[in-house]
Design a protein around this ligand. Structure first.
Ligand code: AMP
Ligand code: MN
Ligand code: MN
Ligand code: MN
Length: 278
């Protein structure tokens, strides 16, 4: 029997809609045996999730998803099996979170100029952790108000990387993210590589640089990839010698994305990132 393993998920500590404990409970209900919580730029939910997982008899992997700016665009680097209390990691994450509130005011301004109303307070109503206000919270508000039919439409029209209401941020550097993760005894993973708008040359540079910095894995199967991309990133993992990871990138039950643990097996010929964990 294959292991039901999900190494990418979000709680209310970042832009998910379930609390860490609710997330673990839902994972268990869906038969997940190994779960990583990987909130954006935050480790604040890991204790609660870990405790709940122990009670539920589920193997918990402490994780994080760090926002990085590389070649002018945002890349997400997941850290798996990190030590949640590592000071260098957590003070680094503090600095990454610091710009979010000002950026949120500016995003609200831009959306108001586009004709929407009540935007800042409306987005805030979806936020549990004010340090972690994100584009997702604005998107939920615009959908709630009927301004857009779904989250995808919000990103396609307004909040996507090159769209009018997105406010670019300088996140961490790739080196900082990998150093923080490795310093906390974690494994660095490039999240959903299929989502980035880089040229083939830039992708080669990104993968090479990441490997030189000590990055070890990429996500191959993820809710953020179209199934046709699984084979593409399986080949990348083989070519660059990366371990392969898998995760739903679950944010909530009605987000139109993948359910917890609802993942096809990794393509054959890859070494899973969990090969030496159990
Ligand atoms: P931020 O960290 O504030 O830039 O927000 C990024 C978050 O927005 C990601 O973690 C996703 O949850 C969400 N997101 C980005 N692009 C999309 C998209 N096309 N559809 C739905 N959610 C998206
Ligand atoms: Mn997110
Ligand atoms: Mn991501
Ligand atoms: Mn994610």
């Amino acid at each position: 029997m294959t292991l039901k393993i999900d190494l990418h998920s979000h709680s209310t500590v970042s832009d998910g809609v379930l609390s860490p404990a609710q997330l673990v409970t839902r994972a268990q209900e869906h038969g997940v045996q190994v779960l990583a919580l990987t909130d954006h730029d935050e480790t604040g939910g890991l204790d609660e999730a870990g405790q709940c997982a122990r009670q539920a008899g589920l193997t918990f992997v402490p994780g994080v998803e760090i926002s990085v700016t590389w070649a002018g665009r945002t890349v997400h680097i997941v850290g798996l099996h990190i030590a949640p209390d590592n000071e260098t990691l957590n003070s680094g994450l503090d600095t990454v979170r610091a710009g979010r509130l000002d950026r949120a005011y500016e995003m609200a301004n831009r959306l108001e100029k586009l004709g929407f109303t009540g935007v800042f307070d409306g987005a805030m109503a979806f936020v549990s952790n004010p340090e972690l206000i994100s584009r997702t919270h604005f998107a939920r508000y615009l959908v709630q108000e009927g301004y857009c039919r779904n989250m995808q439409e919000v990103f396609d029209r307004y909040l996507g990387d090159d769209k009018p209401a997105n406010v670019p941020v300088r996140w961490a550097t790739l080196k900082q993210a990998v150093d923080w993760i490795r310093g906390a005894n974690g494994i660095a993973v490039i999240a959903h590589p299929g989502r980035y708008n880089y040229t083939p040359q830039q992708f080669d540079q990104l993968f090479s640089e990441f490997r030189e910095l000590g990055g070890q894995a990429i996500e191959v199967v993820t809710g953020s990839h179209h199934p046709s991309e699984y084979a593409t990133y399986a080949r990348v993992a083989q070519r660059y010698g990366f371990l392969a990871s898998t995760g739903s990138d679950f944010h909530g039950p009605n987000d139109g994305r993948m359910e917890l643990g609802d993942l096809p097996p990794l393509p054959s010929g890859l070494t899973p990132v969990w090969h030496d964990w159990f």
